[in-house]
Design a protein around this ligand. Structure first.
Ligand code: TYD
Ligand code: MG
Length: 449
């Protein structure tokens, strides 16, 4: 038997929404006015949200602890207050002094940011009503709780309740609200996942803590595009926006080494270039290992199997490591051929021409399948000064002259064609040839390694 506790429903529950008179209306009589937006000074965030922060919207910012959520929010708070807007920052996790110290570190001097170190929701609500901020930041949704509920802060009940209240504050009082939420590794345990349907916009903050680069990704947006990203770099003075991701990712690249391939990848509507690196080394143990960072492990196994079957490379007694330089994650299959070429290049100890980009999805039979948005990808390659591209044959027909004029394109149908094209000559510094190249050269080297 379980005791059932009766919780008296308070009159004040969700009352923020009741300020306006409400009734059903005919759809064509409703004035669908454009939502007004606040431009932040951080241009990548504005673009990510579809042209600025929508007034009265509720945004959830999720991410691992220590990734930089509080830092970003404080920088956003500064951007708002610099435009003469009042900001209320609820820092439940840190004391006022700690938060103020961070503000000092970031060089924030504006006057209209209120800090409030509180975790009890009723107190927060009182503060909201008396200060009437234009921007409310709750850091974090997991630590704020309602005293009326018997469950612990951070439990599903509490987190949902707080998010519902935040929604009523955002909509009812027209206060733009940002909720910060921690994600556990598995994405569960009252993580922000349960809140996704309540909020207007979900931003995921990701990246390695060890790497300077942080990626803010919008996975849901009621007022703009999704799948956009904003790239930041964490430095001594907080987060700095990276306006040219390709340049940032290729900065530390060493040219003409085996195992390195440049891949144009898409994130939302923007294309940028990343370096995929592979290392094939003799295995020390009887079981060889395959490790990948920033790539799907299953995809790696598949590509290795294709290489073994189609090209005859022997991977039984070697370890294979593949990673995306700079801490990026690639999920799209359009990077398959690039990954495969990086492995082949390391395996055969031959470098690929450093002015080459590689695009293509690889199928189980070794065929190279066409990819979406080929023109955006190639344009970015041209923009970054690349000269050659190996792309799926289907994608190579009908490309505009602006691309073919600046880029020598080789359309490949099968993986062995691509390998023959890119690794055929010694040293790998061969210039592109438009005719199909025999790949016998590659197979002979593979037997010596
Ligand atoms: P923080 O914003 O506290 O992360 P979160 O709120 O997501 O838990 O910041 C995380 C890390 O960023 C912290 O380890 C310190 C580092 N950091 C810098 O490198 N530079 C800075 O200017 C600031 C403010 C923080
Ligand atoms: Mg924090």
């Amino acid at each position: 038997m379980e005791e059932d506790v009766f919780i008296p429903v308070e009159k004040t529950r969700f009352e923020s929404h009741r300020v306006t008179e409400n009734r059903p209306e005919l759809i064509h009589e409703i004035k669908a006015s454009q939502k007004s937006r606040v431009q932040t000074k951080i241009s990548v965030v504005d673009r990510l949200l579809g042209g600025g922060v929508v007034e009265g919207s509720l945004v959830l910012v999720g991410g691992d602890p220590g990734i930089g959520k509080s830092t970003l929010m404080l920088q956003l708070a500064e951007a708002f207050s610099a435009q003469d807007k009042t900001v209320l920052y609820i820092s439940g996790e840190e004391s006022k002094e700690q938060a103020a110290l961070r503000a000092l570190r970031l060089g924030i001097k504006t006057e209209k940011i209120y800090l409030f170190s509180e975790t009890l929701f009723s107190e927060i609500k009182k503060a909201v009503e008396s200060i009437k901020p234009e921007l409310l930041i709750i850091d974090s949704v997991q630590i704020v709780y309602k005293g009326e509920l018997p469950s612990l802060p951070g439990s599903v009940t509490q987190v949902k309740e707080i998010a519902m209240e935040a929604m009523h504050i955002a909509k009812g009082l027209k206060i733009t609200t940002f909720l910060i939420g921690h994600v556990t590794k598995s994405g569960e345990l009252a993580g922000p996942r349960v809140l996704e349907h309540i909020v207007d916009t979900v931003l995921d903050f990701e990246g390695d803590r060890e790497h300077g680069y942080r990626i803010l990704r919008s996975t849901k947006n009621r007022f703009g595009p999704t799948d956009e990203i904003a790239l930041f770099q964490m430095g001594g003075k907080g987060l700095k926006e990276v306006l040219n991701p390709s340049e940032a990712f290729l900065k530390e690249r060493i040219k003409d080494v085996a195992g390195s391939v440049i891949v144009p990848t898409m994130e939302g509507s923007s294309a940028f270039l990343v370096e995929v690196q592979a290392l094939v080394a003799p295995a020390n143990f009887s079981t060889s290992s395959r490790k990948s960072t920033g790539l799907d492990q299953n995809r790696l196994s598949l590509l290795l199997a294709v290489l073994e079957k189609r090209v005859g490379y022997a991977f039984q007694s070697v370890d294979v490591f593949v990673s995306v330089a700079g801490g990026m994650k690639i999920v799209e299959p359009a990077a398959d051929l690039g990954i495969l070429m990086a492995i082949a290049s390391s395996f055969s100890k031959r470098s690929i021409n450093s002015e080459t980009v590689v695009i293509g999805e690889v199928g189980l039979t070794g065929e190279i399948r066409s990819v979406s948005r080929i023109e955006s990808r190639l344009k970015e390659a041209i923009h970054m000064g690349f000269k050659y591209a190996v792309i799926p044959k289907k994608n190579s027909v009908g490309l505009p002259e602006s691309i073919t004029k600046n880029l020598t394109i080789f359309g490949a149908e099968l993986v062995e064609e691509a390998i023959g094209q890119l690794l055929s000559r010694k040293g790998g510094t061969s210039t592109m040839q438009t005719k199909k190249v025999d790949y016998a050269g590659t197979t002979t080297t593979s037997s010596t390694s």
